[in-house]
Write a protein that binds this ligand. Structure first.
Ligand SMILES: [Zn+2]
Length: 238
């Protein structure tokens, strides 16, 4: 197939290009069927032009030029979306020693794995469908996801900023939750946050945002940055 031209893979009908079967026998296993479906979806998005020589084009880069680093990034995002094992994985162990209620630890653990039931995850699981409201409930700027609604949303950013200032920490947005856990713990230690409370701060912020989110979704509440900040501090002080 690598030696065949596009011209033998389909034909023109009423001015429209139709792909043939590309010489691929009817798939039997679900894996090969899914692979064929994906291939035909990709092909259906391609434009075929009459009287033009075939050429290659790498769709994942603006300049359409293939490189191994680009290919690596595509595969990395597809098959290892939550990252390779890294030096922050010790957060998986450390989190169980933090003196917060078990449900807060479990929530933090789920955030490390991107398993918090935000709307994007519920959509993937079929619990929500495309007609459901998928918007972020804090500020309807983007769809709800762990990264957007807990780190990037403009309302949530106010909480991160205020909590950073309260501790005297220079806030930088880190998208890896495990790395965030260590970043906040390390800085809290340096800032002499009360001993034993260093690891609590990040979990308190995440948990307070989650509680507010559920209050909005299930109790028609609304966003209030000051309330969320106070909720974080209350968890840290207890
Ligand atoms: Zn938002």
């Amino acid at each position: 197939m690598q030696d065949a031209s596009i011209g033998v893979m389909g034909g023109w009908k009423d001015g429209c290009w139709l792909w043939g079967d590309l010489g691929i026998p009817a798939p039997t296993g679900s894996g090969s069927a899914a692979g064929c479906l994906e291939l035909f979806q990709l092909l259906s998005a391609a434009t075929v032009t009459a009287n033009q020589l075939d050429s290659t084009s790498w769709q994942h880069e603006d300049d359409r030029v293939f490189s191994f680093s680009s290919c690596y990034n595509v595969l990395y995002r597809k098959y290892i979306p939550f990252g390779l094992n890294n030096c922050y994985d010790s957060a998986f162990v450390a989190i169980w020693k933090v003196e917060v209620p078990l449900k807060v630890k479990v929530f933090g653990w789920r955030s490390f794995l991107n398993k918090v039931p935000t709307k994007d995850l519920l959509l993937n699981r079929g619990i929500l469908n495309s007609s459901s409201s998928l918007e972020c409930v804090f500020y309807d700027d983007f769809d709800e996801s762990l990264h957007h609604s807990f780190l990037l949303c403009r309302n949530v950013a106010i909480v991160w900023k205020e909590m950073s200032e309260w501790i005297g920490l220079c806030y930088i947005s880190i998208l890896d939750f495990k790395e965030n856990f260590w970043y906040w713990s390390t800085f809290c230690r340096a800032k002499k946050v009360k001993r034993g409370k260093e690891e609590i701060v990040l979990l308190a912020i995440l948990w307070s945002i989650w509680l507010r989110r559920n209050d909005i979704v299930f109790n028609n509440s609304s966003w209030n940055s000051r309330d969320v900040v106070w909720s974080c501090k209350a968890l840290i002080w207890r």
